[in-house]
Design a protein around this ligand. Structure first.
Ligand code: GYE
Length: 342
């Protein structure tokens, strides 16, 4: 672990003061501006300094994921956590990663908004011997570019959600009927979107009577879920199944359907399937308005911490580390709702 003593106030003050054009007169009495760099950033050598670059605040799932990291990488547990909000801007994330490398942190954890654009900064981190852990979403690079990845099996989540639909249709004796599906996807290029959609499409191919009548991007946000569903309803698209790739987009779509007094969920003509399994979603599963919430467990900071501890001990870490997840339905949700942490 690198040894560094960090004097934050002075380093920032010095850097800003110099940038303000603090001048010094030269022999001829002429004002000249001298730009000098602050001293190398140094940290308390008794702590492991971890830079964590989050996607942003796009969903309640994300807030739970962020809280989990803030509650895991604490000073009491021996960490100096530098939390960076990516503000849903991938360029901002990459710039922040370069900054953390320049600050010579001990580890960097990234949650990439999208999979592209990470090669240069991960190459730089490797050159400076700073291990990078990829969390939740992935980068489309060979695994040799980072220490390990921790998160969910999004493909399996998609298969689980669409697999539930298969079984439900059989139970309703509708497995041979024409089934019209609306799919509201998450952020384009995000691993969760890619994986869930691939899993859903894998089951769609096995069910030729299923048809996707509308496929829109809701960017994992509630507002865009509402806007997308409003557009679908205004176009008069009729459907039997609504699949949203996270709960917040489902909440937004439900708001648009409520405004048109459209009934959905158990005992109606519209089947509702979502992903994340937020507490609020489990409440809707208990009422029947939401028929399935496929769990995407945000509490993955512990997997990242275990990896860092292993690296600190010079041990090998698994490249892929999946978190445990369930599928919540009307039949099983009651046993789990009260224990939900988010
Ligand atoms: O499903 C969504 C969040 O990457 C698994 O991102 C995460 C997804 C999650 O905005 O709510």
């Amino acid at each position: 672990m690198r040894k560094r003593i960090f004097i934050f106030g002075m380093a920032v003050f010095t850097f800003l003061f110099c940038l303000a054009g603090c001048g010094q007169s030269n022999e001829a009495g002429q004002e000249k501006t001298e730009i000098t760099r602050a001293g190398a950033v140094e940290y308390d050598s008794s702590l492991i300094t971890v830079g964590f670059i989050q996607t942003g605040k796009e969903s309640a799932w994300r807030d739970a994921n962020t809280a989990d990291f803030l509650n895991t990488f604490t000073v009491e547990k021996g960490y100096n956590l530098i939390y960076i909000d990516g503000n849903s801007d991938s360029d901002r994330q990459i710039k922040a990663a370069f900054d953390l490398i320049a600050q010579e942190v001990d580890y960097i954890i990234i949650d990439p908004i999208v999979e592209n654009g990470w090669k240069d900064v991960l190459t730089e981190a490797s050159a400076k011997n700073i291990p990078v852990i990829v969390s939740d979403r992935q980068v489309n690079l060979n695994a040799s570019n980072y220490a390990c990845w921790v998160g969910s099996d999004f493909y399996q989540e998609g298969v689980n959600g669409a697999g539930w639909l298969e079984n439900y249709l059989v139970s309703q004796d509708k497995d041979r009927e024409k089934i019209k599906i609306v799919l509201i996807e998450g952020t384009k290029g995000a691993t969760a979107t890619i994986g869930r959609t691939e899993g859903i499409m894998e089951r769609l191919e096995k069910n030729p009577n299923w048809e996707i009548v509308a496929r829109e991007c809701g960017n994992f946000t509630q507002g865009e879920g509402t806007n997308v569903m409003k557009k679908i309803l205004e176009e008069g698209i009729e459907f039997d199944v609504l699949i949203t790739e996270n709960d917040n987009m489902m909440f937004g779509a439900m708001k648009a359907m409520d405004q048109k007094e459209i009934k959905y969920g158990r005992g109606t003509d519209i089947i509702t399937i979502s992903f994340d399994a937020l507490g609020e979603a489990l409440d809707l599963v208990q009422t029947g308005k939401l028929m399935v919430s496929v769990e995407c467990n945000p509490l993955i900071a512990q997997l990242a911490e275990k990896a860092i501890q292993k690296l600190e001990e010079g041990k090998r870490v698994e490249k892929v580390n999946f978190v445990e997840e369930m599928v919540f339905t009307y039949e099983n949700v009651g046993a789990y709702r009260k224990d939900r942490k988010y």
